[in-house]
Design a binder for this molecule. Sequence first.
Ligand code: NAD
Ligand code: WQD
Length: 337
Amino acid sequence: MTILVTGGAGFIGSHTVVQLLEAGHAVVVLDNLCNGAAEALRRIERLTGKSVPLVKGDVRDRKALDALFRAYHVEAVIHFAGLKAVGESVREPLAYYDTNVNGTLVLCQAMAAAGVRRLVFSSSATVYGPDAPVPYVETLPRGRTSNPYGTSKAMVEQLLTDLQLADPHWSVVLLRYFNPIGAHPSGVIGEDPQGLPNNLMPFIAQVAVGRLPELAIFGDDYSTTDGTCVRDYLHVMDLADGHVQALGRLETPGLHVYNLGTGCGVSVLDMVRSFERVTGQSIPYRVAPRREGDLAAFWADAAKAHRELGWQAFRGLDEMIADTWRWQSENPQGYRR
Ligand code: NAD
Ligand code: WQD
């Protein structure tokens, strides 16, 4: 199949492009490069020996999308393109609704016009909201959201649900990611956040490589085993495989929702200690106040993805850390070395 990967030059998109190519699919990437790197795609071409055409454009640009659908025989779309920084979304809600919600709307309009009705969407565990019991299971309703980023994901889920209801020819897979970390085992592609990292793993990796002096642990007084927050970290290569497996589900029209996580919780302190053990690097840290909006602990019930997609996260925490460290230590400045 030829797959349009929006946001394919970003963290999860680039790793998914590799796994799509390895599975024998052809790929075209649409990315405006606001948080992605064309260099990632060049490296993927060297890694796989396959070509990865990049259309540099915006997912909100209907004309660019129409031209892309005329130029390529796209059979399905995996839609990663979006903005993802929670704090920034509070300061710039319009940018988040425009890119994430309006971007998906324009994409779906262009897809419908081109007769392409198969879509995999990057959703997030954040849609379960703060009151959901753990582990999160897909039968739970979407909860209230606490920032525009999370709200934009919930709005897109609703938009796609309504679209599929109105036109049952659509096949839509909503993938709710937990906390993706890690990098391709080659060390040639990985996560390359612009500016100060928001997320734990890239922050730790940048401390380890000497770009940042220390980690601030946001709160050690939660009601968890060691007082720090617990999350379900999964390897980005497992997450990428989940997208390849989800393509099979697109053969059946309908709306399909899956959690992609390991089902295991890891605390912030567990992560720091494991990183030190696996890499031999020391991670200086201090305990800082809680970060607004953080939940104490959540992880996935990933049984449905296993049952229906045959997917499961195989790579363990040590492998996630070793692969992150290979990428970060071999590319201390990310793609800008
Ligand atoms: P990323 O920022 O690395 O990748 C997103 C890509 O989309 C970037 O390459 C960026 O340049 C591109 N992009 C942004 N706006 C665009 C636009 N208007 N037009 C075209 N391209 C645009 O982020 P990621 O971590 O790879 O996340 C991918 C998707 O997964 C996002 O939708 C994100 O919300 C979702 N998600 C991420 C996580 C996570 O922890 N990383 C968790 C749950 C869901
Ligand atoms: C993990 C834990 C922090 C940084 C966010 C989004 C979510 C999803 C993934 C897209 C938390 C702690 C972090 C630091 C720390 N994104 N931490 N010091 O918050 O689970 O999820 O990214 O959908 O929507 O909310 O991930 O990596 O930011 O934090 O102590 O410098 O690490 O408090 O407990 P989170 P994270």
